[in-house]
Design a protein around this ligand. Structure first.
Ligand code: ZN
Length: 495
């Protein structure tokens, strides 16, 4: 019997706030161990938590962008468990009344998006971080660092809407883009700023009821999510097709060795004894705060991609590439404001993205060196056929390391762009005069000979002419000769 997988995701998003969720300690990454701590985040007796307004506002931004219903009164709850990296022995989270419910995230290119439905989005605090160093000669020991304890997290839970691991990978990439776009998180999976758990079960294809699910924990890269899910689906399929049953369990996945390990089975499933957090009041979102969050939302990435298609005539694919980062879309639009829109898109996607990749820099750093109007100025000259493509790429290379406009750069490097038709006409006439036999062949209909003549003019211009302009000039000249006009002796001057 063929089986299909049903997958749901739980994503943890670390918010980019200055302070922690319930105290004033810095939420920064990379400080020396146990330096960003206080009685509240260490869970000392008598310390009282206080919700961080910036974290609530960030949650509202993401909730509104995803089209969630925002609960006017949501409740923080204690989730009890003992673990060495949780100093309070409980975590403050939200349980039966989360801040945001429902909503969906569109994934895919403009016009072809698929929306994946969400269950909820709620606020909570992160745990500390355990590490298990191994040194030769030492007995096994573990270390714990409480800097991360109390850092604000958003937990996003999807409906069980995925069938394929690749869909989950695409969803995570779209979520990462959105949290960065909104400025609520850096979304760096390597730094644990975006983490993912996955629930997966198999059922006979087409069946309505869900099978027994397992949970894959702490998937910390998009590749890890895709490969871990593929391994777990294969494991369950083998069990079921061999007549066995899947046991409820929590597993971890080692991406380096492509290996699944059972962390705990159903017998020791947790009972967290949730109850409302007595030290925090109900979280009330008044209308004015909600309206301010709504008014502060930028144009969302999928709306913007659709607009780039409609306004500039870009393909859905190109619009998606340009909307991969908000700053890149901003750069492109500033460039398109002064140059041909589609040519500007090509330049940003090929030349600018190539440089970002080669120099491992951000679009912000690049824009500081080559502002959009500067690149736009170059692209406009290419579009006007004043500068041929190969020379323009050379100029772009100089722009990366030197100051100055296009003409200044050309002058500094001793190059004169030959592109305007008036500059090239004498060269065209010269070449026609030198190659009478070729001229006769073209007049007799040989297009290959026309290519030869284009090449000759290019050579005379020392590569600085635009081939398209040369070809047009030659074609005009041949049309005139075919019509029986005699060639002019010199280019026409002004009046
Ligand atoms: Zn603290």
């Amino acid at each position: 019997m063929a089986h299909e997988a049903v997958i749901g995701l739980e994503c943890h998003i670390q918010l980019r706030t200055r302070g922690k969720m319930f105290c004033g300690c810095p939420a920064e990454f990379g400080a020396p161990p146990d330096t960003n701590v206080c009685p509240v985040c260490l869970g000392l007796p008598g310390a009282l938590p206080r919700a961080n307004r910036a974290a609530v506002e960030a949650a509202l931004r993401l909730g509104l962008a995803l089209g969630c219903a925002i609960r006017e009164e949501s409740v923080f709850a204690r989730k009890h468990y003992f673990y060495p990296d949780s100093p309070k022995n409980y975590q403050i989270t939200q349980y039966d009344r989360p801040l945001c419910a429902g909503g969906s995230l569109p994934v895919g290119e403009a016009g072809g998006e698929r929306r994946y439905d969400l269950e909820r989005l709620h606020l909570e605090e992160d745990t500390g971080k355990s590490s298990h160093p191994v040194r030769a000669g030492d007995r096994a020991f573990s270390l714990v660092d409480f800097n991360r304890a109390g850092v604000p997290l958003l937990e996003l839970v999807t409906q069980p809407v995925f069938r394929e691991p690749a869909e989950c990978a695409a969803f995570l990439a779209a979520l990462r883009r959105l949290v960065r776009w909104l400025g609520v998180s850096d979304g760096d999976m390597e730094k644990g700023q975006l983490r993912c758990d996955a629930n997966v079960s198999l059922r006979p294809a087409g069946a309505a009821a869900l099978g027994v699910k397992t949970e894959l924990k702490n998937l910390n890269s998009i590749r890890g999510v895709e490969r871990g899910l593929a391994a777990e689906i294969a494991r369950q399929r083998l069990l079921l097709e061999g007549g066995g049953v899947v046991g409820q369990a929590t597993l971890s996945y080692d991406v380096e060795h492509d290996r699944l390990a059972v962390m705990r089975s159903k017998e020791d499933a947790h009972d967290y004894r949730y109850f409302p957090e007595p030290d925090l009041p109900v979280l009330r979102v008044v209308g004015a705060v909600l309206e301010a969050a709504r008014a502060g939302l930028p144009e969302l990435p999928w709306t913007r991609a659709a607009r780039l298609v409609g306004r500039y005539g870009l393909s859905a694919h190109d619009a998606s590439v340009l909307c991969e980062q908000r700053e890149l879309a901003d750069y492109y639009e500033a460039c398109a404001a002064v140059a041909d829109e589609r040519l500007a898109a090509n330049w940003v996607m090929t030349e600018v993205l190539r440089v970002l990749h080669e120099r491992a820099g951000s679009i912000g750093e690049f824009a500081a060196r080559v502002p959009a109007v500067r690149l736009g100025g170059l692209v406009a000259r290419v579009a006007a056929k004043e500068i041929p493509g190969p020379l323009a790429k050379q100029v772009f290379g100089w722009m990366l390391d030197e100051e100055g406009g296009v003409d200044e750069l050309l002058a500094r490097h001793g190059v004169r762009a030959m592109g305007a038709a008036t500059d090239l006409r004498p060269l065209v006439l010269e070449v026609l005069g030198e190659h009478a036999a070729a001229v006769a062949q073209v007049l007799a209909g040989s297009s290959r000979t026309l290519d030869f003549l284009v090449g000759q003019v290019m050579k005379k211009s020392r590569g600085q002419a635009a081939p398209q302009v040369v070809r047009e000039l030659l074609e005009t000249e041949f049309a005139r000769r075919a019509a029986g006009e005699s060639p002019p002796r010199a280019p026409r001057g002004g009046p």
